[in-house]
Design a protein around this ligand. Structure first.
Ligand code: C5P
Length: 427
C-alpha cells in the first residue's frame, strides 16, 4: 500500500484558529498524518495541548528549542511534508511571507521549504480588501503559493464581507484536490485514501515544478456579455462565468500573472487575479486589446453574437399590438481578431458551446478562428442539468494534433487540468 500523505499545518493567530482543530480531525480521518506548528499569537486562540491530542503528534511553537533542533530541525520539518497548509493565514503572516521575513518558527520554515504551500486566509474584511494585503497575495501567487479565496459572510468582528475562513470540510476538499493535482503530484503516485485519481494517465509535473506558468501573462475572458436594447432591457445568455473564473484562479495558482476580463457575473475575484469588468462585447474587445501582450489567451466568455443595431435612449413603450422588429448587428469576434493581431498570444485557446457533433464542430471552429486549441463543452441537456450555468463541465480538447475527451468533472478540476496542459505546452 502507498505511504500515506503528510501535512504540516501552520496555525496563525486569528479567531478562526479554533477551526484548525476540526481540520486536523478531517485530515486524520482521511488517512493522512499531520504535524502542527503554532505561532505565538496562534497560541492565544488554541492550545498546543488540543492540537497535540488531535494530531497525535508533537506541536512545534518555537525556533529556539534545542530539543527540537537536535531531533528534527526546522529545515527538516519544512521538507518532510507533502503539503504545507497555513490555516488560518493572517494578514500579518501573509505579509511576512510576501516580504521574505523569517522571524519565528512558522515564517522561517515557510521560507526554507521546497514543498507546495496552501494558504487559507482569514481576517477582517477591510484587512482582506486593503491594497497591501491584495498586493501581498498577488506576490505570493507569483511566488507559487496557492491561496484559497476566503468566504463571505458575518465576521466575528461584527462586519460583513469576504475574509471569513472557509469551513474545514471545504479546506479539506481543497487539500485532497491539490494532492491529486498535476502541479503537486506525478500521475500514478496518488494515494488510495484519496480515492480514484481523475488525472490518472494525464501528463503531470514533477512535485518541484508546481509553478509551470511562472513569469507568464495569461489573459482570460469569462461570463456573458449584455447588449443593451434600451435603458432597462438587454440581450444576454446563460453563461455563469464559473469556468473562466476557475481557469483564471488555476493559472494564478500556477504562478502566472493573470488578467481576467469579466462580463456581468456575480462571482468573487480569485485572489491575486487582476480583474477588468465589462458589460458589452465592444467593451470586452477593448479590454482584451488593452491587456496585450499576453503569452497565453483563453477566451472562455460567451460573447453575444449580436447587439441591437441602435439603442433607444428611453425605455421602449408597449404601444399598439406588436413592437417594432429588433434590428441586430454582428459583434466583433474577439478571438478571431486576436488570431490576426500582430501581438497574437503564443498560445490562443477558444471555447465552443456545442449541443451535438462536439468534436466535429470544434475542429471546424479551430480552423475558422485560427486559434491553437478549442475547448468544446457539451451544453446539451435540459436547462438546470446543463453545463451552461452549472458547476460541472464535460469537455473535448481539440488541438492540431488530435482530440482528447475528458469525463464530466467539476469546473475547477477542468481548469487545473487545462492549466497543466498549457504549462506543458509552453514549457
Ligand atoms: O463562434 P462561437 O461563439 O461559437 O465561438 C466561441 C469562441 O469564440 C469562444 O472562445 C468565445 O469566447 C469566442 N468569441 C469571441 N468573440 C465573439 C464570439 C465568440 O471572442 N464575438
Amino acid at each position: 500500500m502507498a505511504k500515506s500523505k503528510h501535512i504540516l499545518l501552520v496555525i496563525g493567530g486569528g479567531i478562526a484558529a479554533y477551526k484548525a482543530a476540526e481540520l486536523i480531525r478531517l485530515i486524520r480521518k482521511s488517512g493522512m498524518t499531520v504535524r502542527c506548528v503554532l505561532t505565538e499569537s496562534g497560541a492565544q486562540f488554541v492550545t498546543p495541548m488540543t492540537l497535540a491530542a488531535l494530531s497525535e503528534n508533537e506541536v512545534h511553537t518555537t525556533l529556539w528549542s534545542l530539543k527540537d533542533e537536535t531531533e528534527m530541525g526546522h529545515i527538516q520539518l519544512s521538507r518532510e511534508a507533502d503539503l504545507i497548509v497555513i490555516c488560518p493565514a493572517t494578514a500579518n503572516l501573509l505579509a511576512k511571507m510576501a516580504g521574505g521575513i523569517a522571524d519565528d518558527l512558522a515564517t522561517t520554515l515557510l521560507l526554507a521549504t521546497n514543498r507546495p504551500v496552501l494558504a487559507v486566509p482569514a481576517m477582517n474584511v477591510r484587512m482582506w480588501q486593503h491594497a497591501a494585503t491584495q498586493r501581498n497575495i498577488a506576490q505570493l501567487k507569483t511566488d507559487g503559493i496557492i491561496v484559497m479565496q476566503p468566504d463571505e459572510g458575518d465576521m466575528a468582528c461584527g462586519e460583513f464581507g469576504p475574509g471569513r475562513l472557509p469551513e474545514p470540510d471545504v479546506v479539506m476538499a481543497e487539500i485532497a484536490s491539490l494532492l491529486r493535482s498535476p502541479f503537486l503530484t506525478g500521475a500514478g503516485s496518488l494515494q488510495s485514501e484519496l480515492g480514484p485519481n481523475p488525472l490518472d494517465g494525464q501528463p503531470a509535473f514533477a512535485p518541484d515544478q508546481h509553478r509551470p506558468l511562472h513569469g507568464k501573462h495569461v489573459l482570460v475572458t469569462a461570463g456573458p456579455t449584455h447588449e443593451p436594447i434600451d435603458p432597462v432591457r438587454y440581450i444576454a445568455n446563460r453563461s455563469s462565468g464559473r469556468q473562466g473564473f476557475a481557469i483564471a484562479a488555476a493559472a494564478a495558482d500556477a504562478g502566472a500573472r493573470v488578467t481576467l476580463v469579466a462580463g456581468p457575473v456575480h462571482l468573487p475575484t480569485p485572489a491575486g487575479v487582476m480583474r477588468v469588468d465589462v458589460e458589452t462585447a465592444i467593451e470586452m474587445e477593448k479590454a482584451v486589446l488593452d491587456a496585450l501582450p499576453a503569452d497565453v489567451a483563453i477566451m472562455v466568455a460567451a460573447v453575444a453574437d449580436w447587439r441591437a443595431d441602435s439603442q433607444s435612449g428611453q425605455k421602449i413603450k408597449k404601444e399598439g399590438a406588436a413592437p417594432a422588429p429588433l434590428k441586430l448587428t454582428e459583434n466583433p469576434d474577439i478571438l478571431a481578431g486576436l488570431a490576426r493581431h500582430d501581438q497574437r498570444p503564443g498560445l490562443l485557446i477558444g471555447f465552443a458551446a456545442e449541443t451535438e457533433k462536439i468534436s466535429e464542430h470544434a475542429k471546424a471552429k479551430l480552423e475558422k478562428k485560427s486559434c491553437d486549441w478549442i475547448v468544446a463543452n457539451d451544453v446539451s441537456g435540459p436547462i438546470g442539468e446543463s453545463v451552461m450555468g452549472g458547476t460541472d463541465n464535460s469537455v473535448h480538447i481539440v488541438t492540431g494534433s488530435g482530440t482528447e475527451i475528458w469525463e464530466r468533472l467539476p469546473k475547477m478540476e477542468v481548469a487545473r487540468r487545462l492549466v497543466a496542459k498549457i504549462g506543458k505546452e509552453i514549457s
